[in-house]
Write a protein that binds this ligand. Structure first.
Ligand SMILES: CC(C)(COP(=O)(O)OP(=O)(O)OC[C@H]1O[C@@H](n2cnc3c(N)ncnc32)[C@H](O)[C@@H]1OP(=O)(O)O)[C@@H](O)C(=O)NCCC(=O)NCCS
Length: 173
């Protein structure tokens, strides 16, 4: 097992290697004052899923560096099973973008169609024992969908870094 993981680190890892899905039934504890599930609960579950993906891809600790896009598409209700699907979209030297899709379905009625309720893109940075960024394995792209996700992740990264740079420049002047 250890030898296999080591070999994959040298050669890179496909998105399927670290892919994770989590599922939780939403209770009244997670509801907001309107009776729907609080958006923060959905962000937390998405972040936890993305964190597991980042840890698995990078083979060690990884922290959330940025969450720059979280789209809430439909309300989630008490009694829904909230299920996340996450994988690495793009990997750089020490950072990676993890895409998360969130779906909901009532816990007691599988005849009701699953609804896509949210999507998010997280940037995680792998860190060493001192908390400094550490190098991660490259991402090995295998399908046309993965090529598209990687291309779109690079567009988001360019925008994130340009925005960060512009703000830093404006503060320095
Ligand atoms: C994330 C953290 C380790 C980055 O440290 P840093 O010294 O700023 O790192 P660097 O500037 O060398 O950047 C490291 C990588 O992150 C990327 N990065 C950093 N900030 C980013 C941002 N806002 N958006 C996109 N990428 C970013 C860099 O481009 C670089 O990527 P690459 O190595 O793949 O090219 C540091 O800011 C940190 O510890 N933040 C707190 C994390 C945390 O507590 N999260 C919440 C709980 S998990």
């Amino acid at each position: 097992m250890g030898a296999t993981v080591g070999a994959m680190t040298d050669q890179g890892r496909p998105p399927s290697f670290a892919r994770v899905s989590l599922g939780v039934v939403m209770s009244a504890r997670e509801a907001n004052l309107l009776g729907n599930i609080h958006g923060g609960e959905i962000v937390k579950l998405a972040d936890s899923t993305a964190g597991a993906v980042a840890q698995r891809h990078s083979g060690g600790p990884a922290v959330t560096a940025a969450l720059d896009e979280m789209a809430f598409l439909a309300p989630v209700h008490v009694g829904d099973i909230l299920r996340t699907y996450a994988q690495v979209n793009w990997a750089g030297r020490t950072s990676m973008e993890v895409g998360v899709r969130v779906e909901a379905q009532p816990w007691n009625d599988p005849s009701i169609e699953t609804v896509h309720v949210a999507s998010a893109y997280f940037v995680f940075v792998a860190i060493d024992a001192d908390g400094a960024p550490r190098q991660i394995p490259p991402l090995v792209i295998e399908s046309a969908d993965e090529v598209r996700r990687g291309r779109e992740a690079e567009i988001r990264r360019a925008h994130r870094l340009a925005k960060k740079q512009e703000i830093e420049t404006s503060r320095a002047t």
